[in-house]
Design a protein around this ligand. Structure first.
Ligand SMILES: NC(=O)c1ccc[n+]([C@@H]2O[C@H](COP(=O)([O-])OP(=O)(O)OC[C@H]3O[C@@H](n4cnc5c(N)ncnc54)[C@H](OP(=O)(O)O)[C@@H]3O)[C@@H](O)[C@H]2O)c1
Length: 288
């Protein structure tokens, strides 16, 4: 099983990355992450442990999550920062899609500035805006790509049909949707991405709700715990290892605010699941 994936055909990414969203605080937070220095230490530790792919987005903060990443890691070396535009946050409880061409351009310019980048390696449409034709949003990203402001284009929170529609406009390098051992509604899209060399970035890989970790992985708890005990691992590690085994184009971006959890999650890259383990895990969702 390869530990890396060639994103967009030219960026070598370690398949166990890091999702930085949690480094912007609790729901309703509006402003910088409270433990700014701790956040920087965690990001640097992630890189030390081999992370070279970090996911962020304009509304995380808003903006402060990107600033924190730049403060900790710019000029980045071989670390690939991916961000998203297309969701705006104007107040603690005001978060909404905005995929208008002029808005996407503004989000992209803001991200370039905050991340201290001349070109964003992977820029993702955060979610389709029902008020804007999808093709119009995708075409705007295609223009930003042609201008060199972004290198590759990704899509998030999209359907298979939308991915196909976008592929007819411009090459798509990644898809980021919610997917994990207990939520496998995207199996068909994962397959499509595999067939087209598109990276698939499952968000919520540990089944956490964006700002709530109540009953995570509950549906899978006993199976995960049994396999974890056998492999001297933790249930979270088994859930991450399952994603890495699921398909070689999957890049996992677990989020954490804890260095102990970060270290635990990174160690999942070294776990080898047998075909027996995988069959047991498959049974968690026998309906699929
Ligand atoms: N595209 C989108 O719309 C979208 C939406 C949501 C998220 N995302 C991206 O996906 C990334 C991952 O998603 P996520 O952070 O929501 O969910 P997740 O990775 O499934 O879970 C993160 C949660 O699990 C906890 N956790 C992490 N490692 C753990 C471990 N080893 N043991 C026990 N608990 C652990 C974290 O708490 P601690 O801090 O205590 O470790 C945190 O509450 C985000 O950071 C973000 O970059 C994208």
């Amino acid at each position: 099983m390869s530990k890396t994936f060639l994103l967009g055909g030219d960026l070598s990414v370690n398949r166990l990355g890091y999702g930085a969203m949690r480094l912007c605080g609790q729901p309703g937070n509006f402003g910088p992450y409270a433990d700014w220095e701790g956040g920087k230490t965690l990001l640097r530790r992630a890189v030390e442990l081999g992370v070279n792919f970090i996911d962020t987005a304009h509304p995380y903060g808003p903006g402060f999550n990107e600033e924190l990443i730049a403060d900790a890691l710019a000029p980045y070396g071989n670390v690939i920062i991916t961000t998203k535009g297309g969701v705006e946050k104007t107040a603690p409880d005001k978060v909404f899609p905005d995929g208008k061409p002029e808005s996407l351009r503004r989000f992209c310019e803001l991200s370039l500035k905050r991340l201290k980048l001349e070109s964003i390696p992977l820029y993702q449409l955060h979610r389709p805006d029902p008020a804007v034709p999808f093709a119009e949003s995708v075409s705007t990203l295609a223009k930003l790509r042609a201008e060199g402001k972004i290198r590759h284009i990704g899509l998030s929170n999209v359907t298979l049909e939308q991915v196909e529609e976008a592929q007819a406009i411009v090459p798509i390098a990644s898809v980021q949707n919610r997917y994990n051992i207990t939520e496998r509604g995207d199996d068909e899209l994962v397959y499509h991405c595999t067939q087209h060399d598109i990276a698939y970035l499952p968000w919520g890989p540990l089944a956490a709700r964006p700002f709530d970790r109540e009953a995570p992985l509950a549906k899978a708890e006993s199976v995960l715990a049994t396999i974890a005990e056998r492999l001297r691992a933790t249930p979270s590690q088994i859930a991450l290892a399952w994603l890495l085994h699921r398909s070689t184009n999957i890049i996992v971006i677990p989020g954490t605010t804890s260095i102990a959890h970060l270290e635990e999650n990174m160690a999942a890259a070294d776990l080898s699941l047998s075909s027996g383990d995988l069959a047991e895990l498959q049974n968690i969702t026998p309906d699929l």
